[in-house]
Design a protein around this ligand. Sequence first.
Ligand SMILES: NC(=O)C1=CN([C@@H]2O[C@H](COP(=O)(O)OP(=O)(O)OC[C@H]3O[C@@H](n4cnc5c(N)ncnc54)[C@H](O)[C@@H]3O)[C@@H](O)[C@H]2O)C=CC1
Ligand SMILES: O=C(O)C1=N[C@H](C(=O)O)C[C@H](O)C1
Length: 266
Amino acid sequence: MKTVKIVIAGPRGRMGQEAVKMVLETETFELVGVIDHRDHWRTVGEMDGLPASDAPVYTDLAFCLEKEAPDVLIDLTTPESGMFHTKTAIHYGVRPVVGTTGFSKEDLTELEELCSDREIGCIIAPNFAVGAILMMKFSQMAARYFTDVEIIELHHDRKLDAPSGTAVKTAEMISAVREPKKQGHQDEKETIPGARGADFDGMHIHSVRLPGLVAHQQVMFGSDGQSLTVRHDSYNRASFMSGVKLAVDTVMKMDSFVYGLENIIE
Ligand SMILES: NC(=O)C1=CN([C@@H]2O[C@H](COP(=O)(O)OP(=O)(O)OC[C@H]3O[C@@H](n4cnc5c(N)ncnc54)[C@H](O)[C@@H]3O)[C@@H](O)[C@H]2O)C=CC1
Ligand SMILES: O=C(O)C1=N[C@H](C(=O)O)C[C@H](O)C1
């Protein structure tokens, strides 16, 4: 089987560290470089907490892509860096697999257009955990029968974006099958702004941030005399890695843009 040459952006982050380990442990993957924004380390092996590896550390993505000619860029950084990295990778004909969240609708449209111009595969996945994908799919299924729904996402307190990419994706999937409906009392008033959470087509998203949490979401549906809750919990970042692996293998066979792992998991 052909080896997939991979560059990872954000190798010292919580997700980046896990992704470096996964790539190094996967026989058909080769880590050919990482992108950090500090010009301090020569190789991945010199970075704290990362396994022994001679893969070089770059600070300039364009230079790295020219030098290493990878097949795939895995981005696990921040929305701003992630957008820049993804556009640069597409420009160099390197397929992006992006776990970074916090992109706007306009960002996603721009990336889709760039991929279409270059006829290049790209996967943007707000959540790589298979259980989270099922939670979103089950929620979409339930929304056909329950029009009233509240999404509660719970994350660690180091998270930059709110609502989470998963919560936004869940709301979008529910919206695709649900007539827009303003929930709660027509005359309800927030006595403290934000009390009812973010409004997405009339459904509400609540973001909880606490130390000790990893990544959790529950989608609560209610109707007369009954409720249904669909919940998913990621207890560690290893939970995302089989999805990253699948995305890398899949993007190698693609020549277009995909937003959401639910589109590649049957
Ligand atoms: N799709 C998924 O399944 C998951 C997505 N995420 C998302 O992944 C992203 C990263 O999450 P964490 O690892 O928890 O964050 P983190 O804060 O632990 O790691 C981000 C890393 O990116 C680095 N970074 C930022 N700008 C950079 C640049 N220009 N070049 C190179 N490195 C840069 C930072 O130094 C940091 O080490 C977030 O957007 C998060 O929402 C997190 C978990 C799962
Ligand atoms: O920042 C995180 O941790 C996570 N981010 C993603 C999101 O915003 O949905 C995926 C997962 O929830 C963990």
